[in-house]
Design a protein around this ligand. Structure first.
Ligand code: ATR
Length: 480
């Protein structure tokens, strides 16, 4: 608590989580900004005793004049709430952990019936359609003149925890770091909220950017783009949007000062129909990984192909490669586009041959069944499947050694920076290996340039991403 008091505005003490304590033990929090929460089991907390006992403790804390706020559940008897209001400001809270969204009339009635200084609504929601309805409830509360704390628990609500100032929330909850775990599902840590998202500096006229995908929780993009915004001095914040429903998502985005989006699996193709313009490369590839808001138009672009191509040129100069693409998904499309554009020839092989054929037809290559691949026919192998990606880092795609010997082997995976495939390629005598990290950096740099017209060095992004991945893997090692 002492370590955190200079870094947060309010310390929430979950009394129901403490063991072996007395009210005297809380004296050290005197004159510190504290919110007391003493959650009973029936409301998702840990306290299994009687309500009378719970309130006697809160009363004793109140008599000692410790803390400013108390969280009181909506089902508490009004005279008890009145009494606590003599000591604290009351945050009247409503929690729901089962994915269910209560109707506004019921919630409104509930909150109107009990005294409070602010309300808290914390719901576990899985669908963006429900998040839209939740934001309507937030507006209804504000129309009643109530201050409030608005929380969507679960990975789909992380963005809202970060962008609290845009929704008039009194505060947001963040977990202490070092535990390796959030104190609630979808929460970010104090350190991330401050250092990565720059929460204390947020203001409603700042621009918002984000990563649209599902899932997005382990992405490095927030660590890259937020740092870049900071380095070039732009008042902008980049957040993860884990989205199941594009239409609902865009309804929310229309009311935010959105500057642009990174787009990833599974929305790269589906986003196309919602855009006002699509740049030619993105149209040719058939996928958008970047959305730029220009005036009131939403423009789609693709920076994956540049991201793929630039590291090759940087390392080997412009060459007329004979390439073998392994895999025929979204990433393979950007690769084939780049190769065709540079006048290189390519063959593609894939588990599902029909998809290799479609890709080959579209970009002018040859589809080859896995068993018919001739190692003499290519000098550059590009691996585009997810096999070997964290957390499945021990997976080796079923690529024979003969495809690796003497070849340039390019694995588009960036986490881990050196996959098992690349280690294998090195061991059997590949001519050179290339990881997906520079590609990630180049596509991010290009994306950043489209949004801001500012040029950043890909090498700096590689360093940022690497540092983050190392931190992340340390956390995994300790806590998984
Ligand atoms: P992305 O957009 O990241 O490229 P994707 O579109 O899902 O992802 O494409 C994944 C590619 O990896 C596909 O070519 C897929 O093969 P299928 O077309 O047969 O689905 C390939 N892939 C995924 N898992 C695979 C596995 N276990 N073995 C072989 N190929 C695999």
């Amino acid at each position: 608590m002492r370590a955190y008091e200079t870094r947060v505005d309010l310390l929430e003490v979950r009394l129901d989580w403490l063991r072996d304590w007395t009210v005297e033990d809380l004296e050290f929090l005197r004159d510190r900004p504290v919110l007391w929460t003493f959650r009973p089991v029936r409301q998702g907390g840990e306290f299994a005793g009687a309500d009378s006992e719970r309130f006697e403790v809160l009363r004793q804390i109140g008599r000692r004049r410790l803390g400013q706020w108390v969280d009181v559940e909506w089902d508490v008897w009004p005279p008890l709430i009145m009494e606590l209001r003599g000591y604290f400001k009351v945050l009247l809270s409503y929690h729901q952990y089962d994915g269910h969204l209560p109707p506004w009339p019921d919630l409104g009635e509930l909150f109107r019936a009990k005294p409070h200084d602010a309300v808290k609504i914390a719901l576990t929601l899985h669908r963006w359609a429900d998040i839209v309805r939740f934001l309507d409830i937030v507006e209804a509360c504000q129309a009643e003149g109530w201050d409030g704390v608005w929380v969507v628990m679960g990975p789909r609500g992380t963005w809202l925890r970060i962008l609290t100032p845009w929704f008039g929330g009194l505060w947001t909850y963040a977990s202490p770091e070092g535990t390796g775990r959030a104190t609630a599902d979808g929460q970010v840590s104090v350190e991330e909220l401050r250092q990565v998202y720059r929460y204390p500096e947020m203001a409603p006229d700042h621009r918002i950017y984000g990563l649209l995908g599902d899932p997005v929780a382990h992405s490095v993009s927030p660590y890259i783009h937020n740092r870049l915004f900071q380095e070039v001095g732009l008042a902008a914040h980049y957040v993860p949007f884990a989205v199941d429903d594009l239409e609902a998502f865009l309804r929310v985005m229309h009311v935010l000062p959105l500057g642009g989006l990174s787009v990833t699996v599974p929305h790269k193709i589906a986003i196309l129909r919602y855009l006002d313009d699509v740049e030619p490369a993105a149209r040719d590839i058939g996928a958008v990984n970047t959305v730029v808001r220009r005036e009131d138009r939403w423009v789609g672009a693709n920076t994956d192909w540049v991201g793929f191509w630039r590291p090759l040129v940087r390392r080997f100069g412009v060459r007329s490669w004979r390439a073998l693409i392994v895999g025929a998904g979204g990433a393979a499309h950007a690769v084939a586009y780049a190769l065709r554009r540079a006048g290189c020839s390519f063959a593609v092989t894939n588990r599902t041959h029909a998809k290799a054929e479609a890709l080959a037809r579209r970009f002018g290559g040859t589809a080859v069944p896995w068993d018919a691949v001739k190692p003499g026919a290519f000098d550059l192998l590009i691996h585009t499947t997810p096999l070997g990606m964290a957390p499945h880092i021990d997976t080796l795609p079923p690529i024979p050694d003969a495809w690796l010997v003497d070849k340039v082997v390019y694995d588009l995976i960036y986490n881990p920076p050196e996959t098992r495939l690349l280690r294998r390629a090195r061991a059997v005598g590949a001519r050179a290996v290339l990881s997906g990290l520079p590609m990630l950096a180049e596509q991010a740099a290009e994306q950043f340039r489209l949004w801001t017209l500012q040029t950043v060095r890909a090498d700096d992004i590689v360093a940022l991403a690497q540092a983050h991945l190392e931190r992340q893997s340390e956390t995994f090692n300790i806590f998984d």
